[in-house]
Design a protein around this ligand. Sequence first.
Ligand code: NAI
Length: 330
Amino acid sequence: MTKAVVLGAAGGIGQPLALLLKSNALVSELSLFDIVNTPGVAADLSHIATPAKVTGYLPANDGLLAALKDADLVVIPAGVPRKPGMTRDDLFKINAGIIRDLATGIATACPTAFILVISNPVNSTVPIVAEVLKKHGVFDPKKLFGVTTLDVVRASTFVSELHGDLGLAPSVVVPVIGGHSGVTIVPLLSQASHPLPSLSPEDLAALIKRIQFGGDEVVKAKDGAGSATLSMAYAGAEFAAKVLRAIKGEKGIVAPSYVNLAADPAGAKVLAGELGRELEYFSAPVELGAAGIIKINALGNITAGEKELVNAALDELADNIEKVRLSTDL
Ligand code: NAI
C-alpha cells in the first residue's frame, strides 16, 4: 500500500501530474489537495481503471491534514508560476509562505513521507521545507528532494535533437547538477550516455544555454498563460516513479535531485572537495533506497568548461540558500 499526495493538484502541473500518478500501478491511494477544484479533479480521475483510490480535499475542515494523513510520498507543485519577465527568484516572496504552510501540514500529518518539491524557486523552497521540518523536530534529509528532473529531461531531448533522432531521447542520460534556475543549472554533457555530435564552441554554448533557460522558451511561447506544466508533470511523474520503485525495495536507482547534503555526510565531503566549497544544498545524482537517499554521488571527471559553469553556479546557489536563512517569517 503506497499513498501519494499532490499539493496544488488543481493547477497546470498538478492536474496532469495527478493523472500520471493515477496511471502508476505502484500507487494504491492518491490524495489531492488544493485551495480550489480538487473534488472535481478527483471525481474525474477516479473513473480511470487503475488501482489507486482517489480523494480530493479543500482547506475547509482541516483538509490539508486529512489529505496528508499517513502519506508515503508528497509531491508539491503548489504556488504561483512565472509570467514573462519574472525570474524564479521573483516568485520567492509569494511561494515561500505557501510552502511554509504546506510543510507545517506535512510535519504534523506525515513526518516520515518522501517530499518532492516542484514549486519554484526550488533552490530556496527546498531549504524552506527543511527549516519548517527542523522546527518541528522531524527533518530527515534523506527524504527531501527538489525536483530538477525537467532539466534532465530537456537535456535528453535537446541532445537527441542534435543527433537528429528523437527516438534516442528516452535513453539519453545527461547528469544535470547544481541547482534549478538559470546559471545554477549545470549539464555535464561530457558525461552524456550518448557522446555529442561534433559541435563548435558556439553551438556547445548555445546547447548549454538552452538547457539552462529552457523554461524561458515555454514562458515566452505561452505568452502570459504560465510556465512549463505538461513537460514538468511528465518530469515530476518520472522522478516520483523512481522514488516509488525505491520504496518498494528496488536497488540501484540513481537520479539527480537538489538535496540537503547532510543526507550523506561522506558523499558531501567528497563533493565539497570537488567543488572547492561547502554548501548545504546541491543537486547531484543521488542513489535512492527504501528509507531515502543512500548515497550522494561525486561529480567525477568534468571538463574545464564544466568546472567554470559549476563555479558560476556556486555564488548564486549560496545566495538562494542564505535568503531562506534571512527570512524571519518561516
Ligand atoms: P498553477 O497556477 O497552474 O497551479 C498552482 C496551483 O497551486 C493552483 O491550482 C493553486 O490553486 C494552487 N495553490 C496556491 N496556493 C495553494 C496553497 N496554499 N495550497 C495548495 N495549493 C495552492 O501553476 P503551475 O504552472 O502548476 O506551477 C506550479 C509551481 O511549479 C510554480 O511555482 C512553478 O514556478 C513551478 N514549476 C517548477 C518547475 C520545476 O522544474 N521544478 C517547472 C515548472 C514550474
